[in-house]
Design a protein around this ligand. Sequence first.
Ligand code: ZN
Ligand code: ZN
Length: 418
Amino acid sequence: MNRPLFSSCLLAILTLSHADLSWPQPTIAPADSAVAEAESLAHLPVKVPIPPAVTPAFTVAIYDDVHLSPRVLADAQDEATRVYQKAGVAIIWIRCKSSKMDAEPDLRCQDPPSAMRLNLRIVPHARKSSDGVFGVAFLSAEGTGAYSDVFYDSVEKLDRDWNVGLVRVLGHVMAHELGHLLLGSNAHSRQGIMCPSWHGDELHLASMGALLFSQEQGRFMRERLASYGKADPKAKPDPAIKILVYNIAQAPRAVLAEAEREAGRILSKAGVQVSWIECSAGHSDAEVKEICQNGWGPINIGLRILVLPTVFHNRFQGDPLGFAISPALASVYYDHRLRFVADDVGLGLPRILGCFIAHEVGHLMLGSNSHSHQGLMQAGWGETQIHQALAGDLLFTSNQAKLIQTEARTRMSLQTGS
Ligand SMILES: [Zn+2]
Ligand SMILES: [Zn+2]
């Protein structure tokens, strides 16, 4: 290309009627019948009482789809609890409804997941072949997340291969996946419990109770949990939206994760929190799966990451960022050439992609004619806008922020009200 990439950037907004689009309408799950299971709280790890004011704590709702014996599960929980105790962090466990149970055994299971109230599900196996992977954690825009899975067949295989005891392996794998949720993106380390793949060395350490978080990881988790704990409990929570991500262009995972983080940051500055649900890969977490199956629509937003089609060059004579189909489908073009705009090493690409995503989502939240002369919703992006984007200053205007919050609350009310 011999011209600046963004000089004549053009965005196309298509508004189609419902009849033209066939996205699945969200369905409401049937109410659970009220049968309680008794064994849930008996195995809470209470060995070492910790004063809550001193030790930051988080809650884990555990879902056992494998139907382990209560003893095995409780011992694995103890093992994970011990790993976190060494890092100065306490866990409060809640046993929640597995696929076999008819009703929630614990009322607290109905609390919405959050950065301090995590979900951990033990599933029989990964939905896709996942060599050497023993679980998965789903991270949100801000590098936090609330959902993680442990693949039980991988845990069994690790135990078979290295013979250190099933409970021990399971407890450590649980601690590892929860670690992803607490540490945020790029949580893997060369050593210790956040090592990405485990072999004899790691399992030998685990058998001695020495496969742990590093001091730095421990400090990070404590500070993060303490900062969540300080949030004003009376403050009205921001409205939240879910964005279902379809990475059709197969943009690198790390780039996309950072782009989502940037878009999430921009939207959170406008007063709306975003959960990113990766729908292109298979999921074993039943909740995530259900969200993906229900698809985008009046409540949730769909986001497609597409390959930039060459035909657009001719048609629009520019480089479109993407387009939005009201009310719920945003599409953004992933183009690795974007990295040449800002720098040689490609640091700018995720940030710019994040701005594109926020812009297209903005169209869905703001309705038609939502371009403005200032800020993120400008139609044409030149060098000024790209510089602002890289500086993190390309944001929604305060008027737009109010409209976006209202729209997010409307979408939330559709979810809870019907
Ligand atoms: Zn990992
Ligand atoms: Zn636009």
